[in-house]
Write a protein that binds this ligand. Structure first.
Ligand SMILES: Nc1nc2c(c(=O)[nH]1)N[C@H]1C(S)=C(S)[C@@H](COP(=O)(O)OP(=O)(O)OC[C@H]3O[C@@H](n4cnc5c(=O)[nH]c(N)nc54)[C@H](O)[C@@H]3O)O[C@H]1N2
Ligand SMILES: Nc1nc2c(c(=O)[nH]1)N[C@H]1C(S)=C(S)[C@@H](COP(=O)(O)OP(=O)(O)OC[C@H]3O[C@@H](n4cnc5c(=O)[nH]c(N)nc54)[C@H](O)[C@@H]3O)O[C@H]1N2
Ligand code: SF4
Ligand SMILES: [Mo]
Length: 893
């Protein structure tokens, strides 16, 4: 009886809420269960149009990353906890003083596609309308800027024509510079399912690497880095010379075709010419051209392999040109599709979060737009010209032209190109304000004023995903500590700066209504972004907002799936524009002693790891920074699998483990973008990335940096298993999160006395047990505080990692008996020490070795592995890797 009552009251305490995932631009709907003020479970929302019940591994782990020990809970000024008033009084006065002396262009905001639309709207209103400068840019500059301008040039407005359903309904899906299997996993799973149901649907992947996305590809084009515009120019001239143009569409709905075709023919007039510059066999290219030409339903998805380039805008337009020339746009299963990265990259674009935009798809190129926005805001000091784009903004900080910068929801010391330069610029800036959820990010360490922000599950507002779908990210937990919502922090700051009117909101819905009303102003058919039908939404309706795709107007009150179906575009002539593209390769070709460093994402980490790094589950898939390198290059450079390698450029270096991988092209390596100084000593890939940008949109060339490469001069190798979060004093370390503490892998280049070294890292420990040989070839020690195990250290001379059992992780913090103490020191991990290998299935924590055994024992498909081990049966993100392991083992027998 009593247990029944207990169950009932537990159920009563449980509540579920409908919200949206805060990671990628797929924008999945999530049902979150809370109990005792904590999220205890999440599942995919069955009725959300982005995911229909699915979640990927990051989404499924949302509840695990909720309780980060590193949360920032109080405002800090110069490192000391202070009240909100102290922090914001100081900052507002400093802003006003700097503006009074040097003018408004001496201050800047640097924002993020992870802010909610309401946050973004306020930031933009404050700085452009009241402070009086457009020095407001965002990490979307690193991400979507190329696509934004390509859209504007072709369609007159920054609008994605298609929707996710098109990816399922198409007959030919071309993924260009997109590793959707890792970066947009739920969309990828939808494609996998569509292809299973209609095997005749063709999938083509254009990527210099053979990525896990190629798992479902009928054709992979491993093109030379940066050669995509030659490919699509080649396609345009092929379409013309093979009579596959839609002349009616071209004449009725477009302009500029002849000029675009002429350049395309001059540069890429034959398949042979394309094959040569793309470094891919001509018949393979011709197959793809023929698929595009002969099918009505073609979707071309493009992502960072296109955008992150010194000619990214042109590449985007080269793709769009081919769709316009064949009328493959605005129809079911036929569209170019720029897929967005961050949960609210699109929302940021709607409110004009970039330095060269105004709110609601208006711009600085028309005085009418500037005046319309100024009047609507009753702006007291409206910016009249574009501001500085991200790379130039940090240059201006370095030069002292910008003297105060407010960074929100982004970590530029890790994610900007030439990241060491960015760090130095911030360190010498007069006022660096950072709004963060996490206390000790690399950027937070440069802050004079550090402001605690609420984050997912606490903050409340809207986000827009890749298919223009606006969803509510719901706030259902109270802010931890003294954290505040980003929009609220800015509104208080604005009032403290003296802007008493214009920032007196009490509910997010008021901001949203204002944003919707602005989108309606003088609009019908003037601007694509129009959510006029939502301008009167009540607070209650807003709090229960169901996903809806913009435009949302009186004519389309339930939203709009596809744009441009009627051939109307938002240009002065209402026709779409072809852009004549002169294809270009990346700015800097590699020298003979360099390789090209390509960078991007891994499956289970999100950007700079500030949230996903804290989950042992998520970090166990790929634990350390690494590089992928082709076997021929590894042989030429005498690099062995798992050995540490050093990449260098711009006086900086990246250390990572060698992964020999035939998926790489020769002369090119891939490094993940994620690692930072919280998780590794010297593995910030962006410190090596050149700050070359696209001259039109300012997006950096993240995918192509020539770097030097050599083996790391390791003299000793070791690991620490410890309760302490530290930065070990040695040349290389990488930190892994375990359930109780941390595991570090270490490598040194100096000869050290291990015992002395260890005790320097742990001055607080007095109870040591040590074991070594006279030559100090091997050394092993365990340290205890009050009988509890705080550290185990194991080191050996040379490059080989000492045997490390997972058993040790579980002993941390415990009071241990003599037998266990002895076992630790002797390295005898006996019970439970078996190594499952790297975790492939993060959901069920199934390791590579276990999977390999099952394959050898007779599981010959991902499905069979799932039935035996469960791997791949939850989110499905590991299925490409399961298939790769099956192939690998079957090839070796
Ligand atoms: N797991 C995970 N998912 C994420 C994120 C994350 O951090 N982690 N971040 C999100 C964000 S913000 C974004 S923007 C998206 C990015 O999503 P994607 O763009 O899919 O991811 P990337 O790994 O940056 O790059 C995609 C591919 O471009 C290829 N590439 C490099 N150079 C070229 C080239 O010259 N031509 C072509 N055709 N391809 C090239 C790379 O080899 C890489 O495989 O992911 C989102 N999803
Ligand atoms: N080499 C290389 N570099 C790249 C890329 C690449 O492919 N290669 N990709 C680029 C791209 S596409 C992107 S989008 C960027 C991403 O790079 P960043 O934006 O720097 O990455 P994040 O780690 O997502 O940073 C977001 C920060 O916001 C904090 N945060 C979370 N929620 C909130 C909140 O509600 N409020 C506030 N104030 N803070 C919050 C998080 O703790 C985190 O530290 O990286 C770019 N850099
Ligand atoms: S696919 Fe993206 S939005 Fe969906 S659960 Fe995964 S990370 Fe979240
Ligand atoms: Mo991004």
């Amino acid at each position: 009886m009593s247990s029944l009552i207990a169950t009932a009251s537990a159920a009563e305490q449980q509540q579920t809420h409908q919200t949206t995932c805060c990671y990628c631009g797929v924008g999945c709907g999530v049902t979150a269960t809370i109990e005792n003020n904590a999220v205890v479970a999440v599942k995919g929302r069955d009725d959300h149009p982005a995911n229909f019940g699915r979640l990927c591994v990051k989404g499924s782990s949302l509840h695990q990353t909720q309780h980060s020990p590193d949360r920032l809970l109080k405002p800090r000024l110069h490192g000391n906890d202070v009240s909100w008033d102290e922090a914001l009084d100081y900052s507002a006065k400093k802003f006003n003083d700097i503006i009074a002396e040097h003018g408004p262009d001496a201050v800047a905001f640097y924002l993020s596609g992870q802010l909610l639309t309401e946050d973004y709207y306020i930031a933009n209103k404050l700085i452009k309308g009241f402070i009086g400068t457009a020095n407001v840019d965002t990490n979307s500059r690193l991400c979507m800027a190329s696509a934004v301008v390509a859209h504007k040039r072709a369609f007159g407005n920054d609008a994605v024509p298609g929707c996710y359903e098109d990816l399922e309904k198409t007959d030919v899906l071309i993924l260009v510079g997109s590793n959707a299997a890792y970066a947009h996993p739920v969309t990828f799973q939808r494609i996998v399912k569509a292809k299973q149901e209609r095997p005749q649907m063709k999938v083509v992947v254009l990527d210099p690497r053979r990525t896990p996305t190629c798992d479902i590809a009928d054709i992979h084009i491993p093109l030379a880095p940066g050669s995509d515009a030659y490919f699509f120019n080649g396609l345009l001239s092929y379409l013309a010379s093979h009579n596959h143009l839609d002349q009616n569409y071209i004449e009725q709905f477009t302009e500029g075709f002849e000029a675009a075709l002429e350049i395309a023919q001059t540069q890429s007039g034959s398949v042979q010419a394309v094959a040569q510059v793309c470094d891919v066999a001509a018949p393979l290219i011709e197959q793809v051209f023929a698929l595009f030409a002969k099918n009505e339903k073609v979707v071309t998805v493009f992502s960072q392999g296109i955008n992150q380039s010194s000619s990214g805008v042109d590449k985007g337009n080269a793709i769009i040109n081919c769709h316009l020339a064949t009328g493959k746009i605005g129809k079911e299963g036929a569209t170019p599709f720029s897929i967005t990265g961050q949960p609210n990259a699109m929302g940021g674009r709607e409110v004009g979060g970039l330095a060269n935009q105004l709110a609601a798809h208006m711009g600085f190129d028309k005085q009418d737009d500037i005046d319309r926005v100024a009047n609507f805001w009753q702006a007291t000091n409206m910016a009249q010209k574009e501001g500085l784009k991200a790379v130039d903004m940090f240059k201006a900080v370095d030069e002292g032209k910008i003297k105060a910068i407010w960074i929100m929801a982004t970590n530029p010391v890790v994610s900007m190109p030439d990241a060491d330069f960015v760090k130095r610029a911030l360190e010498k800036c007069d006022l660096v304000m950072v709004s963060e959820a996490i206390a000790d990010t690399d950027t937070a360490k440069t802050a004079d004023v550090l402001l605690p922000a609420t984050t997912w599950s606490e903050k409340h507002g809207t986000v827009t995903n890749s298919e223009r779908c606006i969803s509510l990210q719901k706030g259902f937990l109270p802010p931890p500590g003294e954290a505040k919502h980003d929009w609220d922090i800015m509104a208080i700051f604005a009032r403290k700066m003296g802007f008493s009117e214009g920032f007196n909101y009490v509910h997010q819905a008021e901001i949203f209504r204002e944003h919707a009303a602005l989108s309606a102003l003088d609009n019908p058919r003037a601007r694509a972004f129009d959510i006029s039908a939502m301008a009167d939404i009540s607070n209650d309706q807003y709090d229960a907002l169901e996903p809806i795709q913009w435009p949302v107007t009186a004519q389309e009150p339930k939203g709009t799936k596809r744009l441009f179906s009627d051939g109307y575009y938002f240009t002065p002539s209402s026709k779409a524009k072809f852009i004549a593209i002169t294809a270009r390769l990346p700015v800097q070709p590699p020298k003979s002693d360099e390789v090209i460093m390509n960078t991007g994402r891994i499956r289970d980490q999100w950007h700079t790891m500030s949230r996903t790094g804290t989950s042992a589950n998520l970090l166990s898939h790929t634990e350390e920074p690494y590089i992928d390198i082709h076997p021929d290059d590894a042989k030429r450079l005498a690099l062995a699998e798992n050995e540490l390698v050093e990449l260098s450029n711009r006086g900086a270096r990246y250390l990572g483990r060698v992964k020999i991988n035939t998926a790489q092209r020769i002369g090119e390596v891939f490094a993940p973008m994620h690692w930072n100084n919280k998780y590794a000593a010297s593995s910030r890939a962006d410190a090596l990335v050149n700050p070359f940008t696209d001259p039109i949109c300012g997006q950096p060339e993240f995918k192509h940096s020539p770097v030097k490469i050599r083996p790391h001069a390791t003299t000793w190798t070791g690991f620490l298993v410890t309760t302490k979060d530290l930065q070990p004093a040695c040349d290389y370390w990488a930190k892994m999160t375990s359930d109780i503490g941390y595991r570090y892998r270490l490598a040194g280049v100096d000869v050290v006395d291990y015992s002395t070294w260890l005790k320097q890292q742990y001055p607080e420990v007095t109870d040591w047990q040590e074991l070594t040989d006279s030559e100090q070839q091997h050394y092993r020690a365990a340290g205890y505080c009050n009988n509890a195990l705080v550290v185990v250290f194991n080191a050996e001379q040379g490059k080989a990692m000492p045997q490390e059992g997972r058993w040790l992780d579980k002993q941390l913090g415990g009071e241990l008996d003599d037998v266990t103490r002895y076992a630790i020191l002797a390295g005898n991990e006996g019970n439970g020490g078996a190594d499952d290998g790297a975790i492939i299935c993060s959901c069920y924590q199934i390791g590579e070795n276990v999977i390999k055994e099952a394959i050898v024992a007779g599981c010959h498909s991902a499905q069979a592995l799932g039935e035996t081990l469960k791997c791949g049966t939850n989110c499905g993100s590991c299925i490409p890797e399961l298939n790769a392991l099956i192939q690998q083992i079957e090839a070796s027998v």
